[in-house]
Design a protein around this ligand. Structure first.
Ligand SMILES: C[S@@+](CC[C@H](N)C(=O)[O-])C[C@H]1O[C@@H](n2cnc3c(N)ncnc32)[C@H](O)[C@@H]1O
Length: 250
């Protein structure tokens, strides 16, 4: 990536680099991501990013927290886009640090488009997505020979049956592969009910991995039939990844 046209700085010298920070643990930040952070003048960060990686940055680095806390304070996407462009146009090397991978439910490409429309050189450094790493950190492989030949990652933010839902939950119930749901804790009861209504065996193994890669990491293993009740009983909250399929029993 070094020296590529994408990494050259604008006439004013500024750049924006999107860094996928992985799931919270700075040890899971890539070497390229660490290098970008080490050169940053400004870091614009989310709450699910590996915030401990910012502790070692020199004091002159400006850190802007644009955390979008559910039902709490938030920064609009337009404001974030404008911040990135403004700082880059002022000649700064801007790192946009996100949790997981920037292009997996991360709105990363919207930020790339905004920067490119503004003529700001951008670069994207992939990250370790929670969709795969959260199950993995709990010992659950999303595929396993003889058990699951694939996996699908969907957002549970919009529940089944909602007019805005574009996910074919019935097709997922029949897929015979692993289903990974992000942002699906609030809607978990509706999701598992839709899958069972569509023919998925309620005895299918399922798991939820919360706070993956943090000291507070917790895993609940259950079945599709009782997962939602177990999550409520054990007071599991976001951020959490739901895994449905026989691999969840491994
Ligand atoms: C807006 S999405 C961002 C996903 C992120 N771009 C990624 O690739 O992991 C936020 C969701 O990711 C999942 N997530 C992110 N970090 C997590 C973590 N450390 N542990 C468990 N789930 C996590 C949760 O489902 C959370 O609601």
């Amino acid at each position: 990536m070094q020296g590529s046209p994408e990494s050259t700085r604008s006439a004013e010298g500024g750049t924006v680099t999107l860094v996928g920070g992985g799931p919270a643990d700075p040890g899971l930040l890539t070497v390229a991501g660490q290098a970008a952070l080490a050169e940053a003048d400004v870091v614009v960060t989310d709450r699910l990013a590996p915030l401990a990686a910012l502790d070692s940055l020199p004091p002159h680095v400006e850190i802007i927290d644009v955390a979008k806390i559910p039902h709490g304070r938030s920064t609009s996407q337009e404001t974030i886009n404008a911040l990135l462009v403004e700082h880059a146009r002022a000649g700064r090397r801007v790192v946009r640090l996100k949790g997981g991978d920037s292009f997996v439910f991360g709105r990363g490409h919207e930020e790339v488009e905004a920067c490119r429309e503004a003529g700001v050189p951008t670069r994207v450094i992939p990250g370790v997505t929670s969709a795969i790493s959260a199950p993995e950190l709990a010992g659950i492989p999303v595929t396993h020979r003889g058990v699951s030949q694939g996996f699908t990652v969907v957002s549970g933010h919009v529940p089944p049956g909602h007019p805005d839902s574009t996910v074919d939950w019935a097709a997922l119930a029949r897929s015979g592969t692993t289903l990974v749901v992000l942002m699906g804790i609030r809607t978990l009861a509706a999701i598992t009910a839709a899958l069972v209504d569509a023919g998925l065996d309620p005895a299918t193994p399922a798991a939820v991995v919360a706070d993956a890669a943090r000291p507070s990491q917790r895993t609940v293993r259950a079945t599709v039939g009782d997962l939602a009740a177990r999550v409520v009983a054990e007071q599991i909250g976001a951020p959490a990844v739901v895994v449905i399929g026989p691999v969840a029993a491994l």
